[in-house]
Ligand binder design. Structure first.
Ligand SMILES: Cc1cc2nc3c(=O)[nH]c(=O)nc-3n(C[C@H](O)[C@H](O)[C@H](O)COP(=O)(O)OP(=O)(O)OC[C@H]3O[C@@H](n4cnc5c(N)ncnc54)[C@H](O)[C@@H]3O)c2cc1C
Length: 134
């Protein structure tokens, strides 16, 4: 039997001349929260918006690739931080005989509908929503 190793990590630098890593190639996501594909698509939209015109005329320079990394990196950091927290809680819940209290942030979310709405937006659209511009 082979066990799938699930990692949460990030490239410090997502680009080099002629190459930009996006999605899991740039920031490997765990299944926690079911959001990895959202980030991958957001990265793709941001990259298309930033690089399309440069690609029509030649090769986007590294400064542009770096700006694309800077735009997307905070979203990956934020979502991965939430995933790490979720994994810690899930690991404790999975322990035999565990009686884990609902963590404070989840209790607050349960009580405040506006925060639930914001959390839904964060999960669905990310920290920085991306819209195709052309
Ligand atoms: C067990 C598990 C469950 C998950 N569940 C969810 C979930 O429910 N919802 C969610 O949103 N996210 C989930 N994730 C995270 C999600 O899978 C990833 O964040 C997402 O798939 C990243 O998309 P991607 O396109 O960047 O990479 P990938 O989906 O990994 O796509 C990369 C593709 O490139 C191909 N490839 C690799 N090398 C080459 C090559 N040399 N030539 C050609 N093709 C190549 C691969 O075969 C693959 O098809 C889960 C992750 C794990 C590990």
């Amino acid at each position: 039997m082979r066990v799938l190793r699930v990692r949460i990590d990030r490239l410090a630098r997502r680009h080099r001349d002629g190459l930009l890593a996006i999605g899991d190639a740039a920031h490997a996501m765990s299944p926690a929260g079911g959001v990895g594909i959202n980030l991958a698509i957001q990265d793709a939209v941001a990259a298309a918006n930033a690089l399309a015109s440069g690609l029509r005329t030649g090769r986007p320079n590294e400064a542009l690739l770096h700006r694309t990394q800077r735009r997307r990196e905070p979203s990956a950091r934020a979502v991965q931080a939430v995933q790490r927290r979720l994994e810690t809680v899930l690991a404790r819940v999975a322990e035999p005989g565990a009686a884990v209290p609902v963590p404070l942030p989840l209790r607050v979310l349960q009580r405040v509908p506006a925060l639930r709405h914001l959390m839904g937006r964060f999960i669905g659209l990310g920290l920085r929503p991306e819209h195709a511009t052309r």
